[in-house]
Each structure stands twice: as structure tokens, then as C-alpha cells.
Design a binder for this molecule. Structure first.
Ligand code: GLC
Length: 565
């Protein structure tokens, strides 16, 4: 009880202090801090190496907080930095309440949180809720005997017959999702690598233990969690086989199946509601790694009464694989079709970088600015992946021997793994891009001399300065902070145009999603909007300060942001 009262008192102090920061930056005071915030994802291994061992670390991140403050981010999400055998680079956690010695100590984390707070930057941790490492003491106990009290913390079953797994479920990372354990001759379930056994969330002790982890970090001052693989928490207890998809095989040679019996089971929503209550005790935010096939599935993660995740990521945007005005327009309309804060992510540590995914090889820098102009001006919460702000590209391994990510080894060459999007942050044009004095764990991209923080800070036309100006605009312009989204020129095949409007302020965003120049005549009348001219707030190309709404000239892949007058 005393613990809870102290916790509440502490979280109120934190919340007063931080809501003051939120208001300094502008925006409707009744909005929660995360509704105006820009999140920045950091892969700790690759961000900054303070002790020159080739791996990034927590102190390295702390040393870059001034940069992040200058850039204008409000919260950083760290991918897992907990003790781990590093089979999946931290997503195999062996102790949830500590820091991996590769990355530092708990004292380093405390310092990062405190230094972040001084600059108005909150820290979000990656909570690996679906599975632990096979080296976690819970699993070591669980596997020791069928009668161990922790046996039921994981999912153990007899095989179908000798040498046969209990059912046909396959692992996302290749092969069967079951491994037989010689100690008891039973099989345990692992949706990811065999070194990542799934927790059994049907066991209330698991729930209690995991919620205690959340409280433990909240009390240390973190502002929330990104919930890893949150769609996977429950499996059909009958272990019904999944249906197969038309004799297809995936990059690992496994038959493709529809994972209807081991993903998205309705029971998981009960857990999310309980976790949300825990999180609310500390004014925390929950972000979900919510891969869904449809928007209806996505909606469920907000909770029927807004009582589950505040920020389930809209991965449907990932399906837009090319720069296309109609495709993005359609996807935005879907995100705008229901209540709930949309969450936009265009790249992350599992997916190719924007520069490579959307670049055409000729206009990549313009395209980088164009995409920034899209996801940082939409209504909702953007999560920006480290390095996107300087235009980092994917640097995939060149040979199978170079691959570090186990799925790249298994899937080569169809799937080269995820090393390419996890290369060291490029700080300057010096050795190893200023990331480390020694050879980094993953090679620095070849373009680092041109694309790095130091060089780009000096160039007013760089991608970095464009991001910074855009973030500053987003944090201070009332229409960008709180305005509703209004689609314009909805039949245009090349140009995506929309307004954000709030309290009489109307900000116009016009994005040329084609490789040719475009002259746009805005169709404002059909939306009942009148305006004489537009005053440019930011553009990715040279354009007069004031424009005519009947003819806006756009360069190839040009972005134009203006206030209607
Ligand atoms: C999530 C993470 C990914 C990890 C997997 C298993 O999808 O984003 O990097 O490999 O979960 O934890």
C-alpha cells in the first residue's frame, strides 16, 4: 500500500513537471503529452559507442541528448538494453530489471532518464512481453522438471508422436515453432527463435510478474513502453493446426500458413486492459507493435473504451511500398476513419530504411524530405527511426558470411536479415563515422562522409536541417499540433494535398509524389474553403514566399507547406 501511495505521489510530481514542458512547446492543454510528441527510435547497439568497444551503449545515448533536443524530439524509445544472450540482439531478455553490461549499468540508465528529463525528452523502453530468453532464470527453472512451480509459465506439450511436434505451427524465424527438450522429453513453444520461449499468459503468476516489471521501471522514471510482439500473447489451448496457404513456401522454405490459432487471440485484450491500468498509475504511455491485416483489427488495440493501448502502430502504411499519391491518400483516409490517435512509422529496426525503400536512385534526398513532410504533418504520432533525419540508407550484408542476424543467415539470399537497417549512426566524416574509435559491430554505410550529422548541420539545405525546421514548425503551429485533416484534390494521381485546420488557422501541405514538375490548382471550393493566397512556411525547393492557390508549382518530389490566407 505504502509503495502504491509513494508511486502515485511520484508519478503526479513527474506528470506536473512534464506537462509544464508539454505546454511550453504549445498545443491544446487538454491533450496528453504523447498526442503532440514526436518519438525517436534508438537501436542502442548502433547509436553511439562511449567506451570504444564497437557497440553502442547507454552513456553514448546520454551524450547525444543535446543533439536530440536540438533536433526537436520529445521521447526516445530504446530497443531492448536488458541483459540478454543477444541471440536476437536484446529481444531475448534474461533479466527484465537490469541493463546488459555491453550497454552499461542501471546507474547509466538512471542518468539517461534524469538528463532526458532536464531536456524534456522522455524515455520509453521496449517491453518484450511475449517471450523471454531461454537463459532467463524463469525458463531455466521451468525446463528443469514437469513439476517445477514455473513449469506452467511457458507452453509445454507432449509431441503428437515420437519426434513429432504437437502441431503444425511454424516460427516466424523459420522451422517449427516447437523444440523438444531432452530433460523432460516435452516440447516448448517459441514463435520466434528457439532461444525465445513464449511465456504462458494464461498463468496469472506470469501476468503478476510482468506487471511488476512495468511498475519497477515506471518507478525509475520511464515514461512508457513499446510492447514487443503484442499480438502474440495467446495461443489456442487446443493447439489446432493452422490452415496452409496454397502450397506456398516462404524464404526459409517453410509452408506458408495463416496463423489464426496463434496470433491475435481475443484473450490478449484482457491483459492489455490490466496493463493499461498499471500504466495509468504512472501516467505512462503504451505503444504497440501491432501488425494487423485490417484496420478493424488495429482499432481493437485502442480498446473498446480507449482502455488499452494509446498508441498502436499503424503498420498498414508499410504496405504502401512505393511513392504514390493515391495509395498514401487511401491509407490516410483509413487511419482517419475512426477515433484514436494514428501512429505513423515509416521504417524501423526490422524494416528497410525509407531512403532505400522509396528512393528512385535519382531524387533520394528530395524523397527523404517529401516523406518527412508527410509523416510529420499528419494528425497523429510519428515515430522516427534514428538516422532517417540524415538520410541514412540500408547497408545490407554483401555476402552470407557477413550476416549477423540469424534470420539473414537462414533466409539468404531471399531474406538478407535486418543488419542493413541497423548500421551505426553517422555522426561525422571521421573514422567509423564518429560512432566508435574501433571497428563497429556492423559496418558503417559507405555514404557516411556525405550523410552525417556534422556535415549536414552546416548545410542549410540538408535533409537534417529540413527535419529540424519541420519539427520546429510542427511543435509551434497550432494547426499542425491540433488541426483536423482535410483531404484536397482527391483525384490527383501525382500530388497528395491536404489541410490541417484548427481555430481558423489552415495549414496546407502539398506533396509532389512524381518525378516530374507539377502545377497544382487547389480545389478548395468543394470543401467550402476560401483563400486568396498561401504564405510559405517550409518548402523543400526554392519557391516564392507567397503563392497563388490556383497555381502552385512543384518540383519533382517537392514538398510545400504553407498557411492559407
Ligand atoms: C519484434 C521486434 C523484432 C524481434 C521480434 C522478437 O518483432 O521488433 O526485432 O526480433 O519482435 O522479439
Amino acid at each position: 500500500m505504502r509503495r502504491q501511495i509513494l508511486g502515485l505521489l511520484f508519478s503526479c510530481l513527474v506528470c506536473l513537471n512534464l506537462s509544464a514542458i508539454a505546454q511550453e512547446k504549445g498545443g491544446r492543454p487538454d491533450q496528453r503529452w504523447w498526442q503532440h510528441a514526436v518519438f525517436y527510435e534508438i537501436y542502442p547497439r548502433s547509436f553511439a559507442d562511449s567506451n570504444n568497444d564497437g557497440l553502442g551503449d547507454i552513456k553514448g545515448i546520454t551524450s547525444k541528448l543535446d543533439y536530440l533536443h536540438w533536433l526537436g524530439v520529445d521521447a526516445i524509445w530504446l530497443t531492448p538494453m536488458f541483459p540478454s544472450p543477444q541471440v536476437d540482439f536484446g529481444y531475448d531478455v534474461s533479466d527484465y530489471e537490469n541493463v546488459d553490461p555491453h550497454y552499461g549499468t542501471l546507474a547509466d540508465m538512471d542518468q539517461l532518464i534524469a538528463e532526458g528529463k532536464r531536456r524534456g525528452i522522455r524515455v520509453i523502453l521496449d517491453f518484450v512481453v511475449n517471450h523471454t530468453s531461454d537463459q532467463h532464470p524463469w525458463f531455466i527453472e521451468s525446463r528443469s522438471s514437469k513439476t517445477n512451480p514455473k513449469r506452467d509459465w511457458y507452453i509445454w506439450r507432449d509431441g503428437k508422436s515420437a519426434g513429432q511436434p504437437p502441431n503444425n505451427w511454424t516460427s516466424l524465424f523459420g522451422g517449427p515453432a516447437w523444440r523438444v527438450d531432452p530433460a523432460t522429453n516435452q516440447w516448448y513453444y517459441h514463435y520466434f527463435y528457439p532461444a525465445q520461449p513464449d511465456l504462458n499468459w494464461r498463468n496469472p503468476e506470469v501476468e503478476t510478474a510482468m506487471f511488476d516489471v512495468a511498475r519497477w521501471w515506471y518507478r525509475r522514471g520511464v515514461a512508457g513502453f513499446r510492447l514487443d510482439a503484442v499480438t502474440n500473447l495467446f495461443e489456442d489451448p487446443e493447439l489446432t493446426d493452422n490452415p496452409l496457404v496454397d502450397h506456398q513456401t516462404n524464404a526459409y522454405g517453410d509452408p506458408v500458413q495463416q496463423p489464426i490459432h496463434n496470433l491475435e487471440l481475443p484473450e490478449l485484450h484482457g491483459v492489455l486492459q490490466q496493463l493499461r491500468k498499471v500504466s495509468d498509475e504512472y501516467d505512462g504511455v503504451l505503444i504497440g507493435e501491432t501488425w494487423t491485416d485490417t484496420v478493424d483489427q488495429l482499432k481493437r488495440y485502442y480498446g473498446e473504451h480507449g482502455n488499452e493501448l494509446q498508441l498502436p502502430i499503424d503498420f498498414l502504411f508499410f504496405a504502401v511500398g512505393k511513392i504514390s499519391a493515391p495509395d498514401f491518400r487511401k491509407q490516410i483516409a483509413v487511419a482517419e476513419s475512426f477515433e484514436g490517435q494514428p501512429v505513423y512509422v515509416f521504417s524501423n529496426h526490422d524494416e528497410p530504411r525509407q531512403y532505400t525503400k522509396y528512393g528512385d536512385g535519382r531524387h533520394n534526398d528530395q524523397i527523404a524530405k517529401l516523406l518527412a513532410s508527410l509523416y510529420l504533418t499528419l494528425r497523429g504520432t510519428p515515430i522516427l527511426y534514428y538516422g532517417e533525419e540524415i538520410g541514412m540508407e540500408n547497408n545490407d550484408p554483401k555476402t552470407k558470411e557477413d550476416v549477423q542476424d540469424p534470420i539473414g543467415k537462414l533466409g539468404w539470399p531471399k531474406d538478407k536479415g535486418r543488419d542493413g537497417e541497423r548500421t551505426p549512426m553517422q555522426w561525422n566524416a571521421e573514422v567509423n563515422a564518429g560512432f566508435s574509435q574501433v571497428k563497429p559491430w556492423n559496418p558503417v554505410d559507405a555514404l557516411y562522409k556525405q550523410y552525417n550529422v556534422e556535415v549536414e548541420r552546416r548545410d542549410p539545405n540538408s535533409i537534417l536541417n529540413y527535419y529540424r525546421n519541420l519539427l520546429s514548425l510542427r511543435h509551434t503551429n497550432p494547426a499542425l499540433l491540433d488541426g483536423k485533416y482535410v483531404a484536397l484534390n482527391e483525384d490527383d494521381p501525382n500530388v497528395l494535398a491536404y489541410l490541417r485546420s484548427y481555430a481558423g488557422k489552415r495549414v496546407l501541405i502539398v506533396l509532389n509524389m512524381s518525378g516530374s514538375t507539377q502545377a497544382v490548382k487547389l480545389d478548395l471550393l468543394s470543401k467550402g474553403i476560401s483563400a486568396k493566397s498561401s504564405k510559405v512556411l517550409l518548402a523543400s525547393f526554392k519557391t516564392p514566399k507567397r503563392g497563388n492557390v490556383n497555381k502552385i508549382d512543384l518540383e519533382p518530389f517537392g514538398a510545400y507547406i504553407a498557411e492559407l490566407e
